[in-house]
Ligand binder design. Structure first.
Ligand SMILES: Nc1nc2c(c(=O)[nH]1)N[C@H]1C(S)=C(S)[C@@H](COP(=O)(O)OP(=O)(O)OC[C@H]3O[C@@H](n4cnc5c(=O)[nH]c(N)nc54)[C@H](O)[C@@H]3O)O[C@H]1N2
Ligand SMILES: Nc1nc2c(c(=O)[nH]1)N[C@H]1C(S)=C(S)[C@@H](COP(=O)(O)OP(=O)(O)OC[C@H]3O[C@@H](n4cnc5c(=O)[nH]c(N)nc54)[C@H](O)[C@@H]3O)O[C@H]1N2
Ligand code: SF4
Ligand SMILES: [Mo]
Length: 698
């Protein structure tokens, strides 16, 4: 069996700077310059010629060489030797690993049907082939379908309810021309840092920047104003602004006449949120809201950038709808520097019919929602017999960890995990397989923060016996008798087919050209103005009816659970990726922390720097408290998704979150959890993960 990754002989051994693309789930999808020597990665920097990357990468990716060469990289296939979840393994050959998996899958199909097999995957790599091509294997088998709802589903559903399919955004390059910029529920300096040069340019030309976020962070300090809004109240604020714009007659009537459906329902929804009521509900100043509405109404080049973080609560979909109707109300889409941005991903127009096996999909497959993995693994009806995890770390990132843990420890569940490291999820594997990293395999990249398509070659040989996901699933397809042509296509062939599209945004871009140039802009001008001629629905009308609403949360604050917990991205990790690097753990302060407002700290007896126990309806964890007005009063801000097993109490943040879904798109409610806090001594010994919460150490 030959690996698909290049061998040492094919790659330069002398010191060279080679191009690549950042594979992390970040809107910026940076073009990278990577210094390699003797097959090792020495240094990583942003490519200076790339118009979006502009020569800088982030602190996380700068440490990728440490990750690439890490002594704990998985280098051979492994089989479980200890109890489920214990994480003890012994090396086996690829032959034995693939044979065992093929036999287990055959047996599962015979006993329970192919729909008892579930892939659990997400965006460990954003490379299209390594991310999506494995799905062809599962679709070929007739496995259960996974609904990808853990991250962007709610915000996308909200956006698409207004504007139709294929989300587009004002190009980042246009933001330089904006005059009034709202950064709404997004920490741009941390999670979309390549937008910042344009924000700075806009500011140089007089733009005002307002940040709306319950957590005061580097973006708040960068902005001209910070509005520390209450969690989950954004729809009310947006409707109040909309109402004021209508009251003053500042809406763009011509644009609405042509491109909006009936506004009467929206007018009524706005009328329910007079400024005074919204100000009280959102915890903001009424005069400031009135002034902002007036300023937006007078400034055609208003631009609203919204984040995904603010959509992770029960009303997230409606909040996104309410906010993103504002540029339509104002007709900002027509103007240079105006409009808004969530994602550019809908613009790529690739030919996606075959690479992920959509042509093999059986119509009647059961669906499993990302956020309901715990319940799905424990379901009595149609139980999951076989679980494949790749590009994801559900034991840490999926909500309701205790439920996930109960599912993963089922004796009769056969679990295969492919990863670079022995993550918390990998501990539960029956077979654990070593995957290649982005520098060890080629791939094609789109983006969700800009309009460039990119190609990356493998630039170092795979370490040990690591193999690409695509190779693993093609091998399994062959063993299980799946004979569709797609299972014999190389990465390059798959990429060529993806590019073979008549869509005007990509037509004419040839693979050879992309391989040569590495990064090519879609056929879209820099001053592209999406939605300037209406929505992507066939009638071009933007949907103001039915109107978005401020949703009344079911998970309410109460004397027992008086605080809300949110978990914005940490600066030094990307979800749990990079969370095992010593240098980054150190940079992040050595242990996971939570921010607590001084009033909450004194109300609950919490000391700055002291350990506290945080308890929700789902579970309980111990964290170090930082007392700071960076957290809004009433809100606990947990920074970063630390590896549970690298946290002092060996428990992850998702012990506290639930499988509750949002209002639109079946998304996650990570920003919803109600909690109480109390001082706690530091855990002396790691807690055993016994599925219960004890107060032993209180
Ligand atoms: N450094 C770093 N960068 C990342 C990631 C990471 O883990 N680390 N993760 C990547 C991924 S997977 C994603 S999806 C994106 C996420 O990025 P986005 O969600 O697009 O943006 P965030 O920076 O998370 O900003 C979310 C902000 O919303 C705020 N927020 C939470 N609840 C509310 C609310 O109810 N209303 C308002 N107005 N604001 C609220 C949070 O405090 C936070 O500052 O970032 C990507 N980039
Ligand atoms: N409480 C709380 N939970 C959250 C969030 C939150 O804000 N709060 N954020 C949510 C969000 S936005 C997201 S996107 C999800 C993210 O959830 P995941 O997509 O699971 O993200 P990661 O934790 O980064 O895990 C990715 C894994 O893929 C592996 N990987 C990377 N490249 C490859 C490859 O080529 N092959 C294979 N086989 N493996 C690879 C990495 O080593 C890593 O272990 O988490 C969600 N969970
Ligand atoms: S994580 Fe984002 S900012 Fe950092 S290198 Fe990757 S694409 Fe660029
Ligand atoms: Mo995400």
């Amino acid at each position: 069996m030959l690996p698909q990754s290049p061998t040492m002989a094919e790659l330069p051994m002398k010191l060279s700077v080679l191009q690549s693309v950042c594979p992390l789930d970040c809107p910026d999808t940076c073009a990278l310059d990577i210094t390699v020597q003797d097959g090792r990665m020495l240094q990583l920097a942003g490519n200076s010629r790339h118009p979006i990357t502009r020569g800088f990468a982030c602190v996380k990716m700068a440490k990728y060489p440490e990750r690439q060469q890490h002594p704990e990289r998985l280098l051979t296939p492994l089989k479980r030797t200890g109890a489920k979840g214990e994480g003890r393994f012994a090396p086996i050959s690829w032959e034995e690993a693939l044979q065992t998996i093929a036999e287990k899958v055959t047996e599962a199909i015979k006993k329970f049907g192919p729909e008892s097999i579930l892939p659990y995957c997400y965006a460990g790599t954003m490379g299209l082939i390594e991310r999506d091509h494995p799905l062809a294997f599962f679709r070929g088998l007739g496995a259960a379908e996974l609904d990808w709802t853990i991250c962007s589903a709610t915000a996308s559903a909200g956006w698409e309810a207004n504007y139709g399919p294929e989300k587009m955004s004002t190009p980042p390059e246009q933001v330089a021309h904006s005059q009034l910029i709202l950064l709404w529920g997004i920490n741009v300096l941390r999670s979309n840092s390549h937008l910042v040069p344009w924000l700075k340019e806009a500011r140089k030309q007089g733009a005002r920047i307002v940040h709306i976020d319950p957590y005061r962070n580097e973006t708040s300090r960068f902005a001209d104003e910070h509005w520390q809004i209450k969690v989950g109240t954004d729809a009310a604020l947006a409707l109040a602004i909309g109402g004021e714009i209508l009251r003053q007659g500042l809406e763009d009537r011509d644009y609405l006449e042509t491109y909006a459906n009936d506004l009467s329902d929206y007018r009524q929804a706005c009328a329910e949120w007079p400024i005074a009521r919204a100000a009280e509900f959102c915890g903001l100043e009424p005069q400031a809201i009135a002034q902002l509405a007036c300023d937006m109404g007078g400034e055609p080049a208003t631009f609203i950038k919204i984040g995904y973080g603010m959509s992770r609560n029960e009303g997230g979909g409606n909040a996104v709808r309410a906010i993103t109707l504002l540029p339509a109300l104002l007709g900002s889409w027509k103007h240079r520097g105006g409009g808004g941005a969530l994602s550019t991903s809908g613009a790529f127009g690739l030919n996606t019919t075959r690479y992920s096996g959509l042509h093999l999909l059986h119509a009647d497959r059961p669906h499993v929602n990302h956020n309901e993995l715990g319940s799905a693994l424990q379901a009595e009806q149609n139980p999951i017999s076989t679980l494949f995890v790749f590009n994801s770390n559900p034991a840490a990132v999926a909500p309701d960890s205790q439920s996930v843990h109960r599912g993963l420890t089922r004796e009769d569940l056969f679990t295969v995990v492919l990863d670079h490291f022995q993550t918390d999820t990998a501990d539960y594997a029956d077979i654990l397989l070593p995957a290649t990293t982005f520098v060890e395999h080629p791939d094609l990249y789109t983006a969700y923060g800009h309009y460039y398509l990119q190609w990356a070659e493998a630039i170092v040989p795979a370490r040990g016996e690591a193999r690409p996901n695509s190779w693993v699933f093609q091998q399994l397809a062959a063993r299980l008798g799946l004979d569709d042509e797609v299972f014999r296509m190389s990465t390059e062939e798959l990429a060529r087919e993806l590019l073979d599209s008549a869509h005007p945004h990509v037509s004419g871009i040839r693979f050879e050209q992309l391989r040569e140039q590495r990064s090519i802009r879609l056929n879209l001008p820099v001053d592209f103005r999406p939605y300037s001629a209406g929505s992507n629905f066939t009638d071009r009308k933007i949907r103001f009816t039915p109107a978005p609403q401020q949703i009344d949360f079911q998970e309410r604050l109460s004397p027992e659970f008086p605080l809300r917990l949110i978990s914005p991205p940490g600066a030094y990790m990307l979800n749990t990726s990079m969370g095992n690097l010593t240098s980054l753990i150190k940079a992040a302060g050595g242990e996971p922390t939570v921010l607590i407002h001084p009033d909450d700290a004194s109300a609950y007896g919490v000391q700055d720097g002291g350990p506290i126990r945080i308890t929700s309806q789902q579970g309980s964890i111990i964290r170090k408290a930082i007392v700071s007005t960076d957290a809004r009063q009433g809100v606990v801000v947990a920074l970063g998704l630390w590896w549970p097993k690298l946290s002092p109490d060996r428990r992850g943040l998702n012990e506290l979150t639930s499988q509750r879904l949002t209002d639109l798109g079946g998304g996650s409610t990570f920003g919803n959890a109600v909690v109480h806090i109390a001082p706690a001594p530091l855990p002396v010994a790691p807690n055993s993960h016994d599925g219960s919460t004890t107060d032993d150490d209180l």
